[in-house]
Design a protein around this ligand. Structure first.
Ligand code: HAM
Length: 423
């Protein structure tokens, strides 16, 4: 084992796995473009206040999972545990025209107990829209995610949805919930017996049987949101349904950050293990911009874990490649004049993917590399070809190499390769 390893809970992504990543992020970028979003890149770390105020000081992530550090100038920063708070901070700082539609692909850092599908550095693709509370925006954001999942071949995905109401109606609901939890506190799970009061909504999300039983008999959010919020929610559900996307109402879906208001949603993959089956989640956060010092501005977005999306593709047995990273041509040069350099340059300028060997390897060794590269064609230039001003083209996918071989003049090699590729 080498002396240094990637830190616990992190992983290196190297080829060929990284082709999947390229394909996935590329497909997301394409969908974001189709839906009118532009890329936002913001720092990987922020003043700790951005996250404490953004996701809520009492959230598990802020309390137990953030990577916090002090820099040499004595400023306290945190590595981004999620994408939304930084994007909203950037929105407040730059004040762009609204609706502002931004997408991102970013690492996120959380000090969690690592396991399959749960890491200390994970990666998300996501979008945020600021400046509109129109339910059609909720529908657009959720449908972007859904269409993207379809495009990467996922079939066994469910959309869970809920409304958290706005501050006022949720506040009234929380009082009702508190009263219910107070009179049943001793029946809650061990952890929540102690901490239910800090954040009663979190108890709704608890997966342990005692909490499920107690909350199941108590008041549920959707029955207590005001007429405006309820109306908004109905429009979101109707809009999704009209697109053939069927949301499942889940009154327990409160999610882990404090910024959510009104619509909240989660995408779960039935092919993944229950504890890590959320492949994406998001919702509205109509107070967040204000919380971070901006003008009151509605917002909504979602984030989706890249690792979990790739695990889901595996679990569902999706085999279609997300991007073509095959090699077109391998150039084998056994002359003393490095003719490969100019030949590779010419082919690459014409858009082909071209590989070659270095270090003056033997013909046999270069041929092995060509086979290993998976290239469709090998171009051979030896002293004979050099003298005749020619190149030998060999089709590496043909069983009979000698048969599948032809010679063309050096000037015509690019045209000849294109001819063969498009045949
Ligand atoms: P989140 O639900 O915490 O939401 O994370 C979004 C997605 O990131 C999850 O559904 C999951 O796929 C993935 N994920 C989260 N934590 C881990 C982890 N430790 N290891 C692997 N994958 C993970 C947010 O982060 C919000 N910012 C989403 C949002 C955007 N809400 C509004 N706009």
């Amino acid at each position: 084992m080498s002396e240094f390893q990637a830190p616990i809970g992190t992983h290196d992504v190297i080829g060929p796995e990284s082709y999947e990543w390229e394909g996935l992020i590329g497909t997301f970028a394409e969908f974001a473009h189709r839906f009118g979003f532009s890329l936002v890149i913001s720092p990987m770390f922020e003043d700790i206040g951005v996250f404490n105020r953004g996701i809520g000081e009492n959230s598990d992530v802020a309390k137990k999972e953030m990577y916090v550090f002090t820099d040499r100038g004595d400023r306290t920063y945190a590595l981004r545990p999620e994408g939304t708070a930084s994007v909203v901070r950037a929105f407040v700082q730059h004040n762009p025209t609204t609706p502002w539609k931004a997408w991102y692909a970013t690492p996120a850092f959380r000090y969690e107990r690592p396991q399959a599908g749960r890491y200390r550095q994970h990666h998300q693709v996501g979008v945020e829209v600021l400046g509109s509370d129109d339910p059609a925006v909720d529908v657009e954001v959720i449908s972007l995610a859904w269409r993207f999942y379809e495009a990467i071949g996922l079939k066994r995905i469910r959309l869970l949805i809920n409304s958290m109401g706005h501050d006022e109606c949720r506040g009234k609901y929380v009082e009702l919930l508190k009263a219910h939890l107070k009179s049943n506190a001793s029946s809650l799970c061990e952890e929540h017996q102690k901490v239910w009061e800090q954040n009663p909504l979190r108890v709704l999300d608890c997966k342990k049987a005692p909490c499920i039983e107690v909350t199941g008999k108590g008041p549920m959010l959707p029955d207590h949101v005001c007429a405006d919020c309820s109306n908004h929610f109905e429009k979101v559900v109707a809009g999704l349904t009209s697109l053939g996307i069927s949301p499942e109402l889940n009154p327990r879906l409160v999610r882990g950050f404090d910024y959510y208001t009104r619509t909240t949603f989660e995408f779960v993959a039935d092919s993944l293990d229950g504890a890590q089956n959320a492949i994406g989640g998001g919702g509205r956060y109509d107070k967040l911009a204000e919380e971070l010092g901006g003008k009151p501005t509605s917002g909504i977005g979602f984030g989706s874990g890249i690792e979990r999306l790739l695990l889901t593709r595996q679990a569902e047995g999706v085999s279609s490649a997300l991007v073509d990273r095959s090699v077109d041509v391998f150039v084998i040069d056994t002359t003393d004049d490095d003719l490969a350099t100019s030949l590779c340059d010419e082919l690459r300028r014409h858009g082909l993917s071209v590989e070659r060997a270095f270090d003056g390897r033997s013909m046999k060794s270069q041929m092995k590399l060509a086979d290993k590269s998976g290239a469709r064609f090998a171009l051979l230039i030896g002293p004979q070809e050099q003298a005749a001003g020619q190149v030998t083209i060999r089709d590496l996918r043909s069983a009979d190499h000698e048969q599948a071989q032809s010679q063309v003049s050096r000037d015509e090699v690019t045209a000849a390769i294109f001819n063969l590729i498009t045949k």
